[in-house]
Design a protein around this ligand. Structure first.
Ligand SMILES: Cc1cc2nc3c(=O)[nH]c(=O)nc-3n(C[C@H](O)[C@H](O)[C@H](O)COP(=O)(O)OP(=O)(O)OC[C@H]3O[C@@H](n4cnc5c(N)ncnc54)[C@H](O)[C@@H]3O)c2cc1C
Length: 354
C-alpha cells in the first residue's frame, strides 16, 4: 500500500520508517529541515519505548541516546509528599530522540521531503490534493494519508475545522544547565514541587539531575497565555524574576539552576479535546498531537503519539483498518486520561490541569 505521511515529528517519522521497512511506498512531508521544536527535553515511560521498539527502532540506540530515571518524587507546600518507583521512564533531549528517528528513517527507503510545508488540502471526488510550498501541487489518489502534523494540524483544520486547541491555563518554562550541578535532592529522580497558594493551584517546579550531566528543570506557571512573539527560546534573564516569585519554597535551588542556565524554552500549554471529534476518516487519518494533543503537564503526549503510530502500523501490516485502530486508540486514551485525573486527585488533593 502507498502511504503519504504529513508531518515528520515524533510519530510521523517513526511510522514512516516502520512502514517503508515492510516494502511499502511511503512519502513523508516535513516542514522543518532539522529536528522538530516544542520543548528541549521530554520524559517517556516504558509504553512509549515499547511502541518504538515495536516499530523496529533499535533498543540499544534508544537506550544509548537517553537517560533512565530512578523514580518520581512529589511534594507540595502544604506538606504532602509521595514517591513512585521508576516505571521505565527515560529522559530525552528532544534533539536526541529526533536524531535516532531520523537515522531509522534514513535507512528505510522513505521518500522523505524535509523542508516541504503542507499549505493546504482539498478533497474532491475521492481525490486528495496537497498544496506543498515551493513544489507543484501533488494529487494523491487511492493512497492512505496519515496526518501527524502536530497540534496545529493543517489537515485537521480541513477535516474538523471546529476542533481547535484550548489553552490549559499554564505557561511552561523549560531550562537546562550549561554545566553539571550537585544538588541536595537525590539525583536521577524526577522531582515535582507544587506551590499551594490561598487561591488554590500555584506553580509546579520540576527538576532532574545527575552528577555528570546537565540538570534539566521546568516550571509551570498558572497565568494568562503569552503572545506568540514571546514564545520559543528566550534569554533566562527575561524569566528569572517571575520564576523566583512563583516558587517561594525553592528559592535557593532555583538560584543555583538559574545561575547555570543561559536560555529557556517557553510555551503556552495547550490540549486538543477529543470530546467533539468526528470518527476517524478511513482515507485521511489523524494521529498523535494532530488528533489528541494533551498539555505537557501530563508528560505523555509523545508516548501517546508513538502508540498511535504503532497501532496504525500493526493495522496496516495485518491488512486491518487503520481507522478502526484509531477508534480503539481513542478509547484507550480516554480511559488513560480519566485514570490519570483520579490518581492526581488522590495524591495531591486537587484536580489536574487539562
Ligand atoms: C514544552 C513541552 C514539553 C513536553 N514534554 C513532554 C514529556 O515530557 N513527555 C511526553 O510524552 N510528551 C511531552 N510533550 C508532548 C510531545 O512533545 C508531543 O505530544 C509529541 O511531540 C507529539 O508528537 P507528534 O509526532 O504527534 O507531533 P510533533 O512531534 O509536534 O510533530 C509534528 C510535526 O509536523 C510538522 N508539521 C506541522 N505542520 C506542518 C505542515 N503544515 N507541513 C509539514 N510539516 C508540518 C512539524 O514541523 C513537526 O515536525 C511536551 C510538549 C511540549 C510543548
Amino acid at each position: 500500500m502507498a502511504t503519504t505521511i504529513l508531518g515528520g515529528g515524533i510519530a510521523g517519522t517513526a511510522l514512516a520508517g516502520a512502514l517503508a521497512r515492510t516494502g511499502d511506498k511511503v512519502t513523508l512531508y516535513e516542514q522543518q529541515h532539522t529536528g522538530s521544536a516544542g520543548g528541549a527535553f521530554l520524559f517517556m515511560d516504558d509504553r512509549g519505548h515499547d511502541a518504538l521498539t515495536g516499530l523496529g527502532v533499535n533498543a540499544d540506540a534508544l537506550n544509548a541516546a537517553s537517560r533512565s530515571t530512578l523514580g518520581m518524587d512529589y511534594t507540595n507546600s502544604a506538606g504532602v509528599n509521595s514517591s513512585r518507583p521508576n516505571s521505565g521512564h527515560r529522559v530525552w533531549l528532544r534533539a536526541n530522540l529526533i536524531a535516532v528517528l531520523r537515522e531509522f528513517l534514513a535507512e528505510s527507503g522513505v521518500d522523505a521531503r524535509h523542508g516541504a510545508r503542507i499549505a493546504g488540502l482539498e478533497v474532491e471526488s475521492g481525490v486528495a490534493t496537497l498544496h506543498v510550498d515551493d513544489h507543484p501541487v501533488v494529487a494523491v489518489v487511492d493512497e492512505l494519508i496519515i496526518a501527524a502534523d502536530g497540534i496545529d494540524s493543517v489537515v485537521r483544520a480541513h477535516l474538523e475545522p471546529g476542533r481547535v486547541p484550548v489553552y490549559s491555563g499554564d505557561v511552561v518554562v523549560y531550562g537546562m544547565t550549561t554545566v553539571p550541578v550537585e544538588l541536595h535532592s537525590p539525583s536521577e529522580v524526577l522531582h515535582f514541587y507544587d506551590e499551594i497558594t490561598s487561591r488554590g493551584k500555584g506553580s509546579t517546579f520540576g527538576h532532574i539531575w545527575s552528577g555528570d550531566s546537565a540538570a534539566l528543570w521546568f516550571l509551570r506557571l498558572p497565568r494568562d497565555p503569552l503572545p506568540s512573539d514571546d514564545l520559543g527560546v528566550r534569554p533566562v534573564g527575561e524569566w528569572a524574576g517571575e520564576i523566583q516569585a512563583a516558587t517561594p519554597s525553592n528559592t535557593s535551588l532555583l538560584e543555583t539552576l538559574l545561575a547555570r542556565t543561559d536560555s529557556v524554552h517557553v510555551s503556552n500549554a495547550r490540549s486538543l479535546p477529543l470530546d467533539n471529534a468526528t470518527p476517524p476518516n478511513p482515507s485521511i487519518l489523524l494521529i498523535g498531537d494532530a488528533d489528541h494533543a494533551i498539555t505537557p503537564a501530563a508528560g505523555v503526549g509523545a508516548r501517546d503519539a508513538l502508540e498511535d503510530a504503532h497501532a496504525v502500523y500493526q493495522a496496516i501490516t495485518r491488512g486491518e483498518s487503520p481507522a478502526e485502530a484509531m477508534i480503539h486508540r481513542r478509547a484507550r486514551l480516554r480511559a488513560d486520561r480519566e485514570r490519570a485525573q483520579r490518581l492526581i486527585r488522590q495524591s495531591t488533593g486537587r484536580p489536574a490541569s487539562t
